[in-house]
Design a protein around this ligand. Structure first.
Ligand code: GLN
Length: 314
């Protein structure tokens, strides 16, 4: 049910006014130095409706590092056209309950990652994509650029890979390399570990704004229908939403489902993409993170927005 709420534009302005951080709080990821330099008071929000309208407020047009939000789009690419193939023998669909870059379960589960939205799972998805497209990061950039479209809200320069940020993260990738080598040892990686990690890090380094991300994710709220026709079948779109709900926020997935009631995917760049099936997508961005690596102010804003609008899958 939709509760009594002010018109969406005004509502988003209110959310920005209330949730834009006023003082430094939360943390920044240690392995990606440039993210620490983003001012703590950045806050943007965008809502893209299934009928083609876009509402936004705050820093909604400022490009930021999408980081793990990329994992939603690489999974969509892997499932497109029913060509998942053996992927689901190589990665599970269970919440991990451990941090996004944990190595622990990988040994217990004999090299099969718990889900495609933790780093180990995303490395397997990347390896899978690289079979058809060795330059999977460029392929992903093309995919999100096409889905972000050229609507009236279109902003230059559009999605791009921040190569300097990628190089700097790559130089500090011991943990992701460890995950990749572990996968390789269990026979769950076909390409060289270094090549898969490089592609994965470049995917994470794509820069997009809230408006672009909300627009690019619309196919997930629209039964798989993207900017230029079908991206996924309705059942595949449903499945990605389900995995977002159970695994999209790592070991905070339960807490996020409790507070927001919607499928979401976060990244350590401070972005969160949320799906309201049949209605809209929401992207919020604020760079400082909670202990689980999810945007502190972004999560609080989404909890309030879902309460005010009644948007929820429940
Ligand atoms: N590039 C980051 C990493 O691999 C992405 C993690 C994230 O956004 N949760 O550590």
């Amino acid at each position: 049910a939709t509760l009594q709420a002010p018109p969406l534009g005004g509502l988003l302005d209110d959310i920005v006014g209330k949730h834009r951080p006023r003082r430094e709080a939360g943390s920044v990821p240690g392995n990606i130095p440039f993210l620490a330099e983003i001012p703590f008071d950045r806050f943007g929000i965008a809502v893209a409706t299934t009928s083609g309208e876009v509402f936004s407020s705050g820093d909604a047009h400022v490009p930021f590092s999408i980081q793990s939000i990329s994992k939603v789009f690489t999974l969509a690419m892997a499932l497109q056209g029913g060509k998942a193939g053996a992927l689901w023998q190589r990665v599970l669909r269970e919440p991990s309950g451990t941090s996004f870059n944990s190595l622990v379960q990988l040994e217990v589960e004999h090299g099969i990652p718990r889900n495609p939205f933790i780093n180990a799972g995303a490395l397997v998805v990347t390896d899978h994509l690289m079979e058809e497209a060795p330059d999977a990061a460029t392929q992903l950039l093309r995919f999100v650029t096409e889905q972000a479209g050229n609507g009236p809200e279109d902003t230059l320069p559009g999605p791009f890979i921040d190569e300097a940020a990628a190089a700097s993260e790559l130089a500090r990738s011991s943990r992701n390399l460890a995950l990749a080598h572990f996968l390789k040892d269990f026979g769950n990686l076909r390409r060289p570990a270094e090549a898969v990690v490089e592609s994965y890090v470049r995917q994470c380094s794509i820069m997009m704004s809230c408006v672009e991300l909300a627009t690019a994710g619309l196919f997930l709220a629209r039964d798989g229908q993207g900017a230029r026709g079908s991206v996924l079948s309705p059942s595949e779109a449903k499945r990605i939403g389900s995995i977002m709900l159970t695994c999209g926020m790592y070991d905070a997935a339960g807490e996020f489902a409790y507070r927001v009631g919607l499928p979401g995917k976060s990244g350590v760049g401070g972005g969160i993409l949320v799906i309201v099936p049949g209605k809209c997508t929401i992207c919020v961005w604020s760079p400082r993170l909670d202990a689980k690596g999810n945007s502190l102010a972004g999560t609080a804003a989404l909890a309030e927005l879902s309460d005010l609008t009644g948007w929820s899958v429940f």
